[in-house]
Design a protein around this ligand. Structure first.
Ligand code: GAP
Length: 458
């Protein structure tokens, strides 16, 4: 079977209304994407599955929706203003900017995130004769500069003075840390407990490549779990297990997932693993699961002047809670789901492209067709059925083109079930139910259809 390329996925995503390049009629806007009618459903279903696993089914995790703009002091305390930077070089020939660690990665040289500007410059100097600009193929690079990724804005800054900017959040978890006390004081949670949040984050990524894998505006699903110092590694192991299981439960093929251990830890981290997925462009980080020690609350306590300690109600022991974190992007999850589901199959009627999406993520759950659009009695019956089904299922009504073409379209959207109303329906009150994966068609009495679909989706 031919390997699926990222171009195949980009093409289907555009053609079928999953993902559009941003601002396309104005010539585009780099590294930002819009989700179309099926993309927004898929993203919503991914977020709902995450929320269900991380909040609804957990007695010890609660939700939060903090603001995108926050006090700039937060980003000083977190270290982002001083250190959230990627190494950048510019091709002197075509003036394209590149991330130095990515250029080095392409020739299998590992650059360490924590390297200072002189250190990365010397590593780059050592190897740059072997490097070519991915855009123009020349080998003429500028010296490396560290480029801060925080996105500045001027909300409430009426002078427009960018010397004291407000930042669009670079990660959602800072909103969790600064609300630790609020959540503790206002809800029934006690350490150990977690706070989960889904929301937009912004980063001035230097290179825009790999479609929705790395974008400048993206959504994160993050959960920060607060625990006692002694309990940190125990909670960390439990979180790693839970996050791995989440992807298996979602239906992701296990052979496309693996753990990657970070060898060079930041000074405060106890342990850090990523879950990697085998994307069409290789194994890449999908999610980070990190044991962060007491760094985050200690930093915010120091910079805000507020005590962020916890007193154990049983032992009276007082400590700054340690944090274990799970952090994953919605776009990266969506790209994984699309890549994992994209299949090209040979059928009797020729080749078909089908998205074998996990059923719970499918943008459309049931498509309803009248066999012919110019037969009012079939259309009326199909509409009546559509109106009944849409109460319980995400449905689409389609009477456009021949049935074969309609099946192909729903296959590419990943719709698990199609229901056709034909002439026999008018006689026997039964419909044809077609299964996306097996393409098997079966006759189902209308009186049993809703219960059967509900069972399939349960
Ligand atoms: N709070 C920790 C944190 O933000 P990170 O490794 O920078 O850690 C976590 O990001 C996750 O967010 C990544 O594993 C990835 O899924 C997603 N992510 C990060 N930057 C992204 C970007 N530019 N575009 C899309 N997703 C991104």
């Amino acid at each position: 079977m031919k390997a699926i390329s990222i171009e195949d996925i980009i093409s289907l995503a555009k053609r079928r209304g999953f993902v559009f390049p941003s601002s396309e009629i104005y010539g585009g806007f780099a590294a930002v994407y819009d989700y179309g009618p099926y993309g927004v459903e898929l993203a919503n279903n991914i977020k709902a599955a995450w929320w269900k696993a991380m909040v609804q089914q957990r007695e010890d995790i609660v939700g939060l929706d903090s603001s995108i703009t926050m006090s700039p002091r937060i980003w000083e305390a977190s270290g982002h203003v001083g250190g959230f930077a990627d190494p950048l070089t510019e091709c002197r020939q075509c003036h394209t900017r590149h991330r130095v660690d990515h250029l080095l990665e392409d020739i299998k040289v590992q650059a360490d995130e924590k390297m200072s500007e002189p250190e990365i410059n010397s590593l780059f100097d050592e190897h740059k004769s072997k490097l070519k600009c991915p855009s123009c193929g020349k080998s003429d690079f500028s010296a490396v500069k560290k480029f801060n990724l925080l996105v500045k804005t001027n909300l409430g800054n009426f002078t427009g003075d960018m010397d004291d900017p407000v930042y669009l959040r670079g990660e959602t978890c800072q909103g969790i840390y600064v609300n630790f006390k609020n959540v503790l004081d206002s809800s029934r949670v006690r350490v150990p407990f977690g706070i989960a949040q889904i929301g937009k984050a912004f980063r001035n990524e230097i290179t825009a490549r790999q479609f929705i894998f790395r974008t400048r505006e993206f959504e994160q699903m993050e959960m920060q779990f607060f625990c006692s110092p002694d309990d940190e590694m125990n909670q960390y192991e439990k979180l790693r297990e839970a996050r791995w299981q989440f992807y298996l439960d979602l239906g992701i093929q296990p052979e496309n997932l693996r753990w990657h251990k970070h060898e060079n830890l930041v000074f405060y981290a106890k342990e850090a693993y990523d879950i990697e997925y085998n994307y069409p462009f290789g194994w890449k980080e999908l999610e980070g699961v990190h044991a962060r020690g007491d760094y985050d609350l200690t930093q915010h306590a120091k910079h805000s002047g507020q005590a962020l300690t916890y007193t154990d109600p049983h032992t009276n022991e007082q400590y700054v809670p340690h944090i274990v974190e799970s952090s994953v992007g919605v776009g990266r999850t969506m790209l994984m789901v699309l890549a994992d589901s994209y299949k090209v199959e040979q059928t009797e009627a020729g080749e078909r492209t089908v998205l074998k999406l996990p059923k719970k993520l499918a943008p459309i759950q049931v498509a309803v067709f009248p066999l012919l659009r110019n037969k009012p009695e079939l259309v009326a019956k199909a509409r009546e059925l559509f109106n009944q089904l849409k109460v319980q299922f995400m449905c689409e009504f389609d009477d456009n083109g021949n049935i074969g073409k309609r099946y192909r379209r729903q296959d590419e959207i990943g719709t698990p079930y199609c229901v056709t109303v034909d002439f026999e329906t008018l006689e026997d009150n039964a419909v044809t139910l077609r299964d996306r994966d097996t393409m098997v068609q079966s006759r189902v009495p209308l009186s049993e259809l809703i219960a059967l679909l509900a069972e399939k989706y349960s």
